[in-house]
Design a protein. Structure first.
Length: 258
């Protein structure tokens, strides 16, 4: 019969680079491992996994170098497939912290996630309390309809919106060039145009709105039709969306620097 070795106090480094300390040892098959950086203990694990560095701490920033899974009720996957909550959280972190994503979508370069939501469990709780569905619609997590120009994903600034509503605020910066939003220069004059959404079908169609002598006048034409379209869509979804979203849509102001 082998001699039981007390490995209490032994230190190691896991595959992520975190320090580990054995704080309880009942044998090679039953040890507790403490992660001092995160003040968390993994209980009842095997010593062989400790030696290989295969023990993970759920508070390590393992997702895009900043997000952690945490400990709680919300699962990353079920039946081999990512849960909707995790996919939403992961996509949010990607938009804010993935450099490859920023190369294709530079408008997200300055965006960030609040500290609370860097923990998947905290985000999951908010998601569970705020998610809703609209029949036939994909739901999007939006950060800047309630608070225009907002760059921070948080419980105070975010809301779920039907994709048709989200499409109201998609901009084509590349196609308009140096002209202000809703305008383009044509033969020395300024053309006003706007993609208007049919609330019933969810489809958008570009509408030519006329030619103006100045860029400012062309923008005012665009502004009128765009704000009217936002209100039309808001009215169509009035009974299906949260009151604060409806109010934000009705109060939304299109600005020349959008």
């Amino acid at each position: 019969m082998g001699v039981k070795i007390d490995r209490t106090g032994e230190k190691g480094i896991n595959a992520f680079g975190s320090e580990m300390i054995i704080t309880r040892c009942m044998g090679a098959k039953d040890i507790d491992v403490y992660f001092p950086e995160y003040d968390w203990t993994f209980k009842n694990v095997e010593y062989s996994n400790f030696k290989k560095g295969n023990i993970k701490c759920p508070y390590e920033p393992s997702v895009y170098g900043i997000g952690c899974i945490g400990v709680g009720n919300y699962k990353v996957s079920e039946n081999g497939k990512s849960t909707k909550i995790y996919s939403t959280w992961n996509s949010m972190l990607q938009r804010c912290y993935d450099e490859k994503y920023h190369k294709k979508h530079p408008t997200y370069t300055d965006c960030e996630v609040c500290e609370e939501w860097l923990n998947f469990q905290d985000f999951g709780k908010w998601y569970n309390e705020n998610y809703y569905e609209v029949e036939g619609q994909r739901m999007n997590l939006d950060k800047d309809i309630l608070f225009k120009h907002n760059k921070v994903y948080s419980s105070e600034t975010c809301i779920f919106v039907p994709q048709t509503i989200n499409k109201l605020f998609v901009k084509s910066d590349k196609t308009r060039g140096n002209s202000v939003i809703g305008t383009s220069l044509k033969n020395g004059k300024y053309q006003a145009g706007c993609s208007l959404i049919n609330p019933e079908t969810g489809k958008s169609k570009y509408e030519y709105l006329g030619i103006c002598d100045t860029q400012e006048k062309a923008f005012e034409v665009y502004k009128y039709y765009k704000e009217r379209n936002i209100k039309e869509v808001a009215d169509y979804y009035n009974e299906l969306i949260p009151v604060k979203l409806y109010n934000a849509l009705y109060e939304y102001v299109v600005e020349i620097n959008d």
